[in-house]
Design a protein around this ligand. Structure first.
Ligand code: BGC
Length: 764
């Protein structure tokens, strides 16, 4: 469809029809900056004045650490070296700087560093082109001391509430931009297809639709209506494309993805981000179907620029041009790697430690292997983005912008996000909520620990430097605050790696009414988070087993990057909550839920596996669910299914009705409507997350058993019923063929809400 629209547009332009029509249509191209003609002219004038050296420099991004006297050493101090900065900016003409050197800085420190860098770029360079500063503010401005930290994306996914993604994205943007950081490497638009992958927590979901809705909302929140606004910044849809299904489950290892699946599973969140106006993408560090994506012209040019019409900036991931040489082994040397990557379609290389890329690009142009026109395409995109961010007018927001950092409203939003994402998965015998005077043993490695509440990308890359954390409550602290010091005791029992005061914990369990067992894993991301065994660690199993043997009810809270397998312990545990990385207020939110002050409303945005060798997603193929005895469902037996989650009340759906409009050759000629009534059958108010799934019963490309197509959080008072209607647009009933083309294939479709199903025939 887009392709047709572009063809029409170029016909209109050549026919010199009204300029306003041209501009209006041009603004629709995904990623294209919304500039006036005068601004585009200014971009082109600048471009025309640039030397090849300056253009190659604009395409280069260095990490802050290499411009500093001292890189990260755990002291949380970093000092800009103006001589190094001048060399990079004035002699190598770099266009961008990223990151924080693995430290966190106060707003004033940030402002001082960014102001100095921008001053060199704008006042001392020949053309005065400002820098664009990229940062991973992936759950709030997580490298700015005092800024509000939010739960990670997977927790937001568990809220099924796009408004939280939008609002927290807006705060991350505001707090980053206030200190001069104008480009956010977020949101992650990858779908978590393998539960053992180290970056599951950074995604919104395993499901393309849920991830699409949340990604679009996050982009809208970060970018606002106007990128030059001092509270907005440029967002990045990352990591394009096919990053999140490494065959081994280990980060940056090969993915093998069919064309159909690439379009049907991996692309939708990126397309949703494009539709929401995202201005940049970051490229997948790994390989897909045998080609590293950084060298894959079919993905970076044919698909991204051609089919999808994306006109924004494509930045590499960390050192990924270099990695074409000694990681992927597709280029003999760095110069060849630069050639492959630029030729494939990158605009900017996060080199990030040196400017060898810049030199190689210059040489490649001199040798005639890369054309200057090719450089112009990229540099024009980069300059236009800087123009749209208003950087040619002002590089730093007013000092007053910093006053809002860490505002009480933002902290309240973080707490509310934590409440809505924590997911109650099991509550046998109504163990929860705890009565006020319950005597509780709080134990386990994540019980009195801040880093697991926050996860990686908090104050430093892996997030594990507890010294950098401000004093926010651990789970033990929050439980003490809520239930009283007299009722709450704490023994660690075990770390992730060894049992510690296990005997004391067991003894304390004997004296308690209940045990709150807080397990998990050390936060990690990317390759440091690679795993060989998804099962929870042995010392934690030992602790859980010993506690269960006391006969005291054990309530398990999982504070983790990803769903760690609980097979050895779960049978003895009556209540289980998934808390993910709920952020600084996660402990408070958890205590509120355990006390019943808040009725849980989270729903799993992923399939919680029962066994390590059964890492299926809910939307698997039929063949994947056959059991050894050939029963057609027994082979899929997760511990908790996708979408699962309990409240302290119960909900019932009645009267599922599906209305089908006339059906033409290209599908339904209007929305299919799904209606039913939702009743809160319990005795307290609650929020349910309604989920509509659709199965294409028989299709020419093997269908998935079902897929989520619509959802909504709905609050209902005790005993009340509300009517609910969902409108499923015609695209809901399309499929993707083996060449990646989406089309409608007539047939029967089954719609499921809860345990109710309706089958409809969609035939012309
Ligand atoms: C990660 C990206 C991140 C980049 C910059 C990479 O290692 O894969 O997600 O944006 O570093 O910090």
């Amino acid at each position: 469809m887009r392709h047709v629209a572009r063809t029409c547009l170029s016909m209109l332009v050549t026919a010199s029809l009204s300029a306003s029509l041209t501009l209006q249509a041009a603004a629709q191209a995904p990623g294209r900056p919304d500039l006036t003609q005068a601004e585009w002219d200014r971009v082109d004038q600048l471009l025309n004045q640039m030397t090849v050296e300056e253009k190659a420099g604009q395409m280069t991004q260095l990490t802050l650490g290499v411009l500093c006297e001292q890189t990260a050493d755990g002291t949380n101090k970093i000092k800009l070296d103006p001589a190094k900065a001048r060399e990079a900016i004035l002699e190598k003409h770099i266009g961008s700087v990223l990151n924080a050197g693995d430290v966190t800085m106060t707003p004033d420190e940030w402002v001082s560093i960014v102001t100095t860098l921008q001053g060199i770029a704008t006042d001392e360079s020949r053309l005065g082109v400002p820098l664009i500063y990229g940062i991973d503010s992936v759950h709030g401005a997580n490298y700015v001391t005092g800024a509000t930290i939010f739960p990670h994306n997977l927790n937001l996914g568990a809220s099924w509430n796009p408004e939280l993604a939008r609002a927290s994205g807006a705060i991350a943007a505001r707090d980053s931009r206030a200190v001069g950081l104008n480009w956010n490497f977020a949101p992650v638009c990858d779908v978590a297809r393998i539960q053992s992958w180290s970056r599951v927590f950074e995604t919104f979901s395993e499901d393309p639709y849920l991830a699409s809705v949340m990604s679009a909302a996050a982009v809208e929140g970060m970018q606002g209506d106007d990128l030059s606004d001092p509270t907005a910044l440029a967002a990045t849809a990352k990591h394009f494309l096919g990053y999140s299904e490494p065959r081994t489950g280990r980060d940056r290892t090969p993915a093998i993805v069919s064309t159909a699946d690439l379009h049907d599973t991996f692309l939708p969140p990126f397309k949703a981000a494009f539709d929401a106006g995202v201005r940049t993408i970051m490229i997948n560090s790994g390989e897909v179907n045998g080609t590293p994506v950084h060298a894959d012209q079919r993905i970076l040019t044919d698909l991204l620029r051609g089919e999808l019409g994306f006109e924004g900036v494509a930045v590499t991931d960390w050192a990924d041009v270099n990695k074409l040489v000694d990681f992927h082994y597709v280029a003999e040397d760095q110069k060849e790697a630069a050639f492959l990557a630029v030729n494939a379609g990158i605009d900017m290389a996060m080199t990030p430690l040196d400017t060898a890329f810049t030199d190689h690009v210059i040489e490649l142009v001199e040798e005639g292997r890369l054309t200057e026109d090719r450089l112009d395409e990229s540099v024009r995109r980069i300059l236009a983005l800087k123009m749209e961010l208003g950087l040619f007018e002002s590089v730093m927001p007013a000092d007053a912008a910093r006053d809002a950092i860490g505002s009480p409203e933002a902290e309240a939003l973080s707490l509310e996000s934590a409440r809505q994402g924590i997911t109650l998965l099991r509550n046998f015998g109504g163990v929860l909520p705890f009565a006020d005077e319950t005597r509780i043993l709080v134990t386990g490695p994540t019980a009195d620990d801040l880093v697991s509440l926050h996860g990686s990308w908090t104050y430093a890359w892996q997030g594990t430097n507890a010294d950098l954390y401000p004093d926010t409550p651990t789970i033990f602290d929050a439980m003490t605050a809520r239930f009283g010091a007299a009722n709450v005791t704490h023994f660690e029992g075990a770390t992730y790696d060894e049992t510690t005061d296990l005997d004391a914990a067991v003894e304390a369990a004997e004296d308690a009414d209940v045990v709150l067992l807080c397990l998990g894993e050390l936060p990690s991301t990317e390759m440091p988070g690679n795993l060989s065994d998804l099962t929870i660690s042995a010392p934690q199993i030992e602790l859980a087993t010993a506690l269960a043997e006391t006969g005291k009810p054990v309530v398990l809270v999982m504070v983790t990057n990803r769903p760690r397998v609980l097979a050895p312990i779960e049978a003895g545990i009556p209540a289980i909550l998934w808390a993910g990385h709920p952020g600084p207020h996660g402990s408070t939110a958890l205590a509120e839920i355990l006390a019943g002050d808040v009725s849980p409303s989270g729903r799993l945005p992923f399939t919680y596996p029962r066994h390590t060798n059964a890492l299926l997603t809910y939307d698997h193929k039929h063949t994947e669910r056959f059991a050894p005895d050939n029963t057609p469902t027994g082979g899929f037996d997760p511990l908790f299914p996708f979408g699962a989650g309990l409240s302290y009340t119960s909900f019932q759906y009645d009267g599922l009705t599906v209305d089908v409009p006339a059906v033409g050759d290209t599908g339904p000629e209007g929305d299919v409507t799904v209606s039913f009534s939702l009743t809160n059958t319990g005795d307290r108010a609650g929020v349910d997350v309604l989920q509509v799934y659709v199965a294409d019963n028989v299709a020419s490309v093997t269908p998935r058993v079902e897929r989520l197509k619509a959802f909504r959080r709905v609050g209902v008072a005790a005993g009340e019923s509300v009517p609910v209607t969902f409108s499923l647009p015609p695209e809901t009933f399309t499929m993707v063929d083996r060449d990646g083309t989406r089309f409608f294939e007539p047939g029967a479709f089954t719609i499921r809400v809860g345990d109710d199903r309706e089958t409809i025939e969609l035939r012309p």
